[in-house]
Design a protein around this ligand. Structure first.
Ligand code: NAD
Length: 367
């Protein structure tokens, strides 16, 4: 039976979800709320939604499922507002917020006793882009889509949500809201703090040491990429997960002190172990798989910086399906560009390795 879905917030996440829902459920009616007209117009024009409003309360009573895809503070404000609206019996309310406890607590507080269901959710995909103009039907492909069930998540709710979101091609997973916030504080929130601090420290340093800007290369770029994230979103993430993040900061200070002391004592062993342990731990982690979620088979080709070299390799690989191709450009004169090509399976990887080594004199490394 066709359902009516209401997505509040037609930003990157909300509009991408609309596209994903339409992919598997073209018969569902999707209603959209957005504060600004620009994203409403894009979402309507591109057929992401069927009807749009700037009055949040007006469409809520029509919906079988409501998804709030707004900043955390606004998500909570709308949950409060939903508690006072005349909603459909058994409507499912969900969200997309990057932290979960504050939102789930608010839902449990305001929606308890009403004939509504609620399940907190965090689609773990995104980028620094914002607005419906950046929407992408493949944004959630293979990404974890986390549900944080609570008392208001009655039986059947998750199944309905998974069916609704099947077109996202995401990987659904369930976890307790508090545990979600602890885990993400370590692997997402705290790294953002570090990246931005490092960026800020370097910018200040570069005022006195101008060459710092020019010499900053691959390692620095990898460490600071996420410092380009949207400031408003990250402010609300930190403010809605304060305790766990402060705990991670304190823990890290101790680590910095420890390595600082080893350096000051000239303790070669300790310093070596520090690097070696981190190297081993990183190699054992899931991030060595594509996007942290799906395994891929990677091959590295040491290519010279010459015209058409990449085209030549791709020509050799005609007929082999690649999942990704990446050029690791280090701005060091003495090393060749490393071309990284990822394949879906071991056979394709082997075939490519064979073709490249047979037909070129480039060094090929398989990892
Ligand atoms: P976005 O900036 O692209 O969209 C945010 C939407 O919220 C816009 O439609 C905007 O008009 C609306 N909005 C903002 N303030 C509002 C207010 N005061 N009143 C009414 N509407 C308001 O952001 P996004 O990336 O789509 O993020 C939406 C949610 O998804 C956030 O909770 C974010 O934490 C979460 N999220 C983001 C990412 C990511 O990487 N972008 C990933 C996972 C989850």
């Amino acid at each position: 039976m066709a359902k009516t879905i209401y997505i509040a917030g037609l930003g990157l996440i909300g509009a991408s979800m609309a596209l994903g829902i339409k992919r598997d459920h073209p018969d569902y009616e999707i209603l959209g709320y957005n504060r600004s007209q620009a994203s409403r117009d894009i979402a309507l024009k591109e057929g992401m939604i069927d009807r749009a409003t700037d009055d949040f309360a007006s469409f809520a009573p029509l919906a079988d499922i409501i998804i709030l895809s707004l900043p955390i503070k606004q998500t909570i404000a709308f949950i409060k507002e939903l508690a006072n609206l005349d909603l459909k019996e058994g409507v499912i309310i969900s969200d997309a917020g990057s932290t979960k406890s504050a939102i789930v607590d608010a839902a449990e507080q305001y929606l308890a006793g009403k004939s509504v269901r609620f399940v907190g959710a965090h689609p773990m995909a995104g980028s620094h882009k914002t607005g419906a103009a950046s929407a992408d039907v493949n944004l959630f492909e293979n990404a974890y889509y986390i549900f944080t069930p609570s008392r208001l998540t009655s039986p059947g709710t998750l199944e309905e949500m998974k069916d609704l979101l099947s077109g996202l091609h995401a990987r659904f997973i369930e976890i307790d809201a508090k545990e979600h916030d602890r885990v993400t504080s370590q692997i997402s929130h705290f790294p953002h703090i570090l990246a931005s601090s490092l960026m800020e420290q370097t910018a200040i340093y570069a005022q006195e040491h101008e060459m710092a800007r020019r010499f900053a290369a691959g390692g620095f770029r990898d460490m600071t990429r996420i410092a380009e994230s949207e400031p408003g979103m990250w402010t609300s993430i930190l403010l809605s997960n304060r305790e766990t993040i402060l705990d991670r900061i304190e823990d890290f200070k101790e680590r910095l002190d420890e390595i600082g002391q080893a350096i000051s004592k000239g303790d070669e062993n300790q310093i070596w172990n520090f690097f070696n342990q981190a190297r081993e731990q990183r190699q054992a982690m899931e991030i060595h798989k594509r996007g942290g979620v799906d395994s891929s088979y990677d091959l590295y080709v040491d290519v010279p910086d010459e015209e058409d070299v990449i085209l030549r390799i791709l020509e050799l690989l005609r007929g082999t399906s690649l999942v990704n191709i990446h050029i690791n450009e280090e701005n060091r004169e003495d090393i060749h560009g490393i071309l990284q090509i990822s394949f879906k399976n071991a056979q394709d990887l082997e075939r490519a390795e064979h073709l490249i080594t047979e037909n070129t004199d480039y060094t090929v490394v398989v990892k």
